[in-house]
Design a protein around this ligand. Structure first.
Ligand SMILES: Cc1cc2nc3c(=O)[nH]c(=O)nc-3n(C[C@H](O)[C@H](O)[C@H](O)COP(=O)(O)OP(=O)(O)OC[C@H]3O[C@@H](n4cnc5c(N)ncnc54)[C@H](O)[C@@H]3O)c2cc1C
Length: 404
């Protein structure tokens, strides 16, 4: 994060943000002596160090989006985005923190007073980790066609179906599961909007009937992915977030949160890569006494990425600020999607150029760039692929017709 960016007029309460950034930097200083060991753990063992999660908790990061009456500080999403960017700049991007925050946003938007009192304080203190499950093997990007059903019987919903790619299902205390409260077929037959008939449920990770199977995937730093099978999982109606059949309204709010925080993480990844590349290019000499960083063939691609990164950074802050100021959701959605698109493209370009700059060293595990390439590359595909973002922007911003 460039602190000067906070002087921009879009940031009214600059001081509070500056404090949060400084707290994040102090945390990074504290873990610096063990940084290489932690990064090896994160990238090679897909295990995020619990000590770092605890330090994040002590710093109050998990309460940044949560109002004071529920145990947080209420600073908002921009503050959390700044933290995610800082941590990612040091190689400590944390998807579980992002998923926990998106679920937090869902609870804040759609939860009852009782639900807020129950779930938010343990989230704010960092005691609970939350995962998020929407993707299914069959429906993929077209989530509305999901098959997982939540059938209501009295005060209990019965969940049946399957989810895939669910990050951190092994370490989560709860999983926010998106399920159909009305089957898609019925929604189509009755001519209802396809967003109707969705429910969001906070499901205990150890709930009877829920099986969790590891998947062999990479891409999320420090966490693994799982397939979830719901075999008549009983979930109390009190765990449903949002009005019956109206989960989509809460869902979009949570998805915006996720996109903005992944954008911030991607901006941080680009920073990590650019710093490593510049540091190496200043020292490395292969022809005479001239460091490779003096060659414009090395400089210009890095400078180009740096320019694009600043654009992605400002777009991310703008989206987060719009979210905190509760601007119309269409506006937040447009900026959140643009930020995620731009930041993921920049992260991939930055890591790619950094690898090129380091030559053979770019492929040495302990330089972590080759690992980071996978993590950066994932962000063009997930949490939403960049083609869907282009579709969305073309339709919403340019009023072009829809083809799918
Ligand atoms: C490491 C990892 C972690 C993940 N974590 C989670 C998680 O925690 N929770 C969760 O719910 N999901 C998670 N996912 C799932 C992820 O969100 C999906 O993989 C992603 O949204 C793409 O869905 P899909 O794989 O089914 O691709 P598909 O829907 O099969 O699409 C394949 C490709 O087709 C193209 N495409 C599809 N539709 C269109 C269209 N209309 N226009 C243009 N192009 C199109 C895109 O390029 C897309 O990448 C994770 C995935 C990975 C790989």
């Amino acid at each position: 994060m460039q602190v000067e960016s906070l002087d921009d007029p879009i940031f009214a309460a600059g001081e509070a943000y500056r404090d949060v950034v400084n707290i994040a930097r102090d945390l990074i200083k504290r873990v610096e002596p063990r940084q290489n060991e932690y990064l090896r753990q994160i990238f090679e063992e897909q295990r995020f160090p619990e000590e770092v999660w605890q330090l994040m908790a002590e710093a109050g990061f998990f309460g940044l989006m949560i109002p004071e009456e529920y145990g947080g500080s209420g600073l908002g999403l921009l503050a959390m985005a700044l933290v995610m960017e800082e941590l990612s700049t040091a190689g400590f991007g944390n998807a579980m923190a992002i998923l926990t925050c998106m679920d937090t946003a869902a609870i804040l938007r759609g939860g009852t007073e009782e639900q807020k009192r129950r779930w938010l304080p343990p989230i704010a203190s960092g005691s609970w980790k939350l995962a998020f499950a929407i993707t299914e093997p069959e429906s993929g990007t077209n989530s509305f066609r999901m098959r997982t059903e939540a059938r209501r019987e009295g005060d209990t919903y019965h969940l049946r179906g399957e989810k895939g790619w669910i990050t951190g299902a092994d370490v989560a205390d709860y999983i926010l599961v998106v399920a159909r409260t009305l089957p898609y077929r019925e929604v189509e037959e009755r001519g209802l909007p396809r967003t109707y008939g969705l429910g969001l449920f906070l499901v205990e990770r150890d709930a009877p009937g829920l099986s969790v199977y590891p998947m062999q995937a990479v891409g999320i730093e420090g966490y693994r992915q799982f397939r979830l099978a719901f075999d008549d999982v009983a979930v109390p109606a009190a765990h449903r977030i949002g009005e019956e059949h109206e989960g989509a309204r809460v869902l979009f709010h949570a998805l915006n949160t996720e996109r903005i925080l992944f954008a911030a993480t991607a901006v941080g990844m680009a920073e990590f890569a650019l710093r490593r590349a510049a540091e190496y290019a200043r020292q490395r000499k292969v022809f005479g006494d001239t460091p490779i960083g003096a060659y414009q063939g090395v400089q210009h691609p890095l400078a180009r990425v740096r320019i694009m990164q600043e654009g992605a950074r400002l777009l991310t802050y703008r989206a987060a600020r719009a979210f905190d100021r509760q601007l119309p959701s269409a506006r937040i959605g447009a900026w959140a999607n643009m930020a995620k698109y731009q930041a993921s493209e920049v992260a991939v370009a930055a890591v790619d150029r950094a690898i090129q700059t380091l030559g053979g060293q770019g492929f040495v595990r302990e330089n972590h760039l080759i690992h980071l390439w996978t993590a950066a590359r994932l962000l063009k595909t997930a949490p939403i692929n960049n083609e869907m973002i282009l579709n969305f922007i073309a339709e919403r911003e340019l009023e072009l017709p829809r083809s799918y």
